[in-house]
Design a protein around this ligand. Structure first.
Ligand code: 7TS
Length: 412
């Protein structure tokens, strides 16, 4: 049981909603601590997708028959659910993508027309490759430069350094809401306000934020916000980009094909209205339905209780890990989600991962697609436990006990 004292928080019932969590791995009860890579799905998501395929499936936006109408209603209903989840004002501002990576590539390509030599794109030292490489590719194409906001040893953004980097040459600020390695929750309200005041577009990578709390794009006042469904208890292969309608309107399409056009002729093709202009080809319909079911599921829980339960888990995990000799925690920001990256003296991270797996405990090891962050700390990688609200303090204790044993038996 979690220690979180909340009458609406019944961890056993919540775990019962996630069929996969009850399985055994290597003859031990599974302890799933790799939620940052991908979380698990509740029954409600599995059933929504199954029901969609059994009862409603057809292609969308093609009219003409009843099933097509049903599928379109489900698909556009899912878009409205995402709109409400992000507190966007208009469904036209929600573009379906394959996930965060595709969403950021879409924005980077769309903004490329605005960039020229000498312009600057500001990212941070803690970005996932998905929020670095697309900007490097656009910089290469346009002659713009990618500049980097420094971080502190604890893994917090250096706001003074940010202010020094920000200038009238800054055309884009692209930062992560939450670091996938450090767990740091960045003060993006401040970053967005200052970048906007300086005339830059603001792009937020929300991939690691949405599993833990609900962003409000109106309150944040960002121009773009990207996330993936599979990290927030929904299906793989889908995510969304929120974009301000006037900016999306002005941007060229990302891919060409069916659905994104108004009229095609060999002489001239014109684009469909928002959001369809950015949605070439048959979309991931069942996945959109599954993402909406994940949001509905999250809405059925007490969000405050989720945050409270997660902070209990984070405190317990930090305490257990800190007590192990030879362990180094990477990322100790004041304000963070329950993600714990660590090293143990004398042990390679991948060996830690393998030894934990033998105990049924799933974590991730390696560079976590954040090589520049690893370079900053002068390490090739870390072991990382990333928690979700369905984890328990008992699991954290199993994890802590297993690490203590590994440290005793195997560390040099
Ligand atoms: N941005 C952040 C902050 C991420 O953590 C990830 C994935 C992505 C973007 C890319 O998301 P995708 O759904 O488009 O692939 N992060 C991780 C991770 O930490 N371990 O595996 C994937």
């Amino acid at each position: 049981m979690n220690d979180a004292v909340n009458t609406t928080w019944d961890i056993e019932r919540i775990r019962g909603d996630f069929p996969l969590l009850s399985q055994r791995v290597n003859d031990k009860p599974l302890v799933y601590l790799d939620n940052g890579a991908s979380s698990q799905r509740p029954e409600a998501v599995l059933q929504a997708m199954d029901r969609y395929y059994r009862e409603c499936h057809s292609n969308v936006h093609r009219g003409a028959h009843t099933l097509g109408d049903k599928a379109t209603t489900a698909f556009e209903g899912a878009r409205a659910t995402v709109r409400d989840f992000l507190n966007a004002s208009d469904s036209r501002e929600i573009i379906w993508t394959r996930g965060t990576t595709e969403a950021i590539n879409l924005v980077a390509n769309g903004l490329a027309a605005e960039l020229t030599a000498g312009d600057e794109i500001l990212v941070s030292q803690m970005e996932h490759h998905a929020n670095i490489v697309p900007w490097q590719m656009i910089a290469e194409r346009t002659g713009a430069r990618v500049k980097v906001i420094a971080i502190s040893e604890r893994g917090e953004l250096d706001l003074e350094h940010f202010r020094q980097q920000l200038s009238e040459r800054t055309k884009v600020l692209a930062v992560t809401h939450v670091s996938n390695v450090l767990g740091t929750i960045n003060p993006i309200e401040t970053l967005i306000a200052e970048a906007k005041a300086s005339g830059a577009y603001t792009v937020i990578d929300g991939a690691q934020a949405v599993p833990h709390f609900q962003p409000d794009v109106k309150a944040l006042d960002c121009d773009f916000y990207a996330f993936s469904a599979h990290k927030m208890f929904g299906p793989t292969g889908i995510g969304a980009l929120y974009g301000r309608a006037d900016l999306l309107q002005a941007m060229p399409p990302y891919q060409g094909g069916g659905e994104m056009i108004e009229r095609v002729s060999f002489e001239k093709t014109t684009w469909n209205q928002l959001p369809y202009k950015f949605e070439a080809g048959t979309p991931a319909i069942a996945e959109a339905v599954g993402l909406a079911a994940a949001i509905d599921y999250l809405n059925s829980l007490d969000r405050d209780a989720i945050e409270q339960a997660e902070s209990v888990l984070l405190a317990r995990a930090t305490e257990r890990l800190s007590a192990i000799s030879g362990i180094q925690l990477i990322g100790t920001a004041d304000h963070k989600v329950p993600v714990l990256s660590f090293l143990i003296d004398g042990l390679h991270p991948s060996d830690i991962g393998t030894l934990l797996d033998q105990q049924g405990i799933a974590i991730r090891t390696g560079h976590h697609c954040a090589m520049p962050l690893m370079d900053h700390f002068g390490i090739p990688g870390t072991a990382r436990a990333s928690l979700a609200f369905y984890n328990t303090t008992a699991e954290i204790d199993q994890f802590g006990d297993a690490l203590e044993k590994i440290q005793r038996l195997f560390a040099a």
